[in-house]
Design a protein around this ligand. Structure first.
Ligand code: AMP
Length: 318
């Protein structure tokens, strides 16, 4: 199955307690595409960069099987730029700068040979642009997932709510779920988000793992919740891109298997979490670039071991 993704392709400036990475490669679509490329070859990317974006990085994406026919290059403009600083706990970050640059008047064009994509991952980007991409499909893809962030919840809430009504899966973090719904309880927040449109919801909780919610309109008794841990890591170097890397692994695994059962969604959450656990081990895409199938499978095995236990159900056990 094939995957289309949109999102930023960007320069980042990142400060963590361990160092400062200036003007490194980032962006939601970049992380999604690289992460998904470990599962799939047929990835179609829609985005925009300025003439300042290094062609070597575009060559790298192509070498991972990412088709860039949908990437607009505006020679006389600057690429999207984001600067952030993490607090000591590495779970909280402050945005220091968001320069939209080429994104300010981005008009996404989905090439005709992209329009047969079965899976769509709408990475973090202007909600109105996410919507424009969905509208260009002649028929609805098999699954549409969407990621967003606090910046868009504060600045484009109406557009965001409109696009949420058009997607199957929303992937956000706990803070964003609370901001979007005004509910502190994540279970209540999930109900509000389901009412906005998405049947599936993934709420990422940083070092505390992720929750997957499924809401069945027909039969509330079939509603389901799954919890996946995050791997306890001794060294978390830079969390930037972890959410997008999760999304890329999640949708990449679903697109590879083509199975949308809840059981398979759970496996997709584990693959996404495994990919995210690599991302945080180095700045930018550095760690993701050096992965292979064995390393990914070994990490997934560590997740399985982490949550695997036997319970003695004999009455004497209580
Ligand atoms: P994550 O850490 O997964 O939330 O994603 C971080 C990436 O998102 C960085 O590489 C940034 O370039 C990109 N980013 C930051 N702010 C925005 C925004 N407002 N819209 C889209 N992408 C953004």
């Amino acid at each position: 199955m094939s995957l289309l993704t949109i999102g930023t392709v960007a320069f980042d400036d990142i400060q963590t307690p361990f160092g400062h990475a200036e003007r490194v490669i980032g962006g939601a679509a970049t992380y999604i595409a690289v992460s998904a490329s470990y599962f799939l070859q047929d990835i179609k990317l829609v985005s925009v960069v300025g003439g300042d974006f290094p062609s070597t990085e575009l060559d790298y994406l192509r070498s991972r099987g990412v088709n860039l026919d949908g990437l607009q290059i505006k020679q006389d403009e600057k690429s999207f730029f984001w600067a952030g600083k993490y607090r000591d706990d590495l779970n909280t970050r402050d945005t220091l700068a968001t320069e939209l640059n080429v994104l300010a008047d981005f008009n996404p064009v989905v090439p005709s040979h992209y329009k047969n994509a079965d899976f769509v991952m709408l990475g973090n980007l202007t909600p109105a642009v996410q919507k424009q991409v969905i509208e260009q499909f002649p028929q609805r893809p098999k699954l549409i997932a969407l990621d967003t962030m606090n910046f868009w919840i504060s600045s484009a809430l109406d557009d965001l709510k409109e696009v949420l009504g058009m997607v199957d899966v929303l992937i956000i973090n706990d803070e964003e779920a609370r901001q979007l719904t005004d509910e502190y309880s994540l279970v209540k927040a999930a109900r509000v988000i389901h009412a906005m449109g998405p049947r599936y919801l993934v709420i990422k909780k940083g070092e505390h793992g992720a929750l997957l919610f499924y809401n069945s309109d027909e039969d509330p008794a079939s509603d389901q919740i799954f919890f996946a841990p995050a791997l306890p890591l001794a060294e978390v170097f830079d969390p930037t891109g972890a959410g997008d890397t999760f999304a890329g692994g999640f949708i990449g695994y679903l697109a590879k298997t083509g199975d949308l059962s809840f059981g398979n969604m759970k496996r997709a959450v584990i693959y996404g979490s495994a990919m995210a656990s690599f991302c945080v081990e180095a700045f930018s895409l550095d760690r993701l670039k050096e992965l292979n199938e064995d390393a990914i499978q070994q990490r997934v095995d560590r997740f399985v071991k982490l949550v695997n236990f036997d319970i003695n159900r004999a009455p004497s056990a209580l």
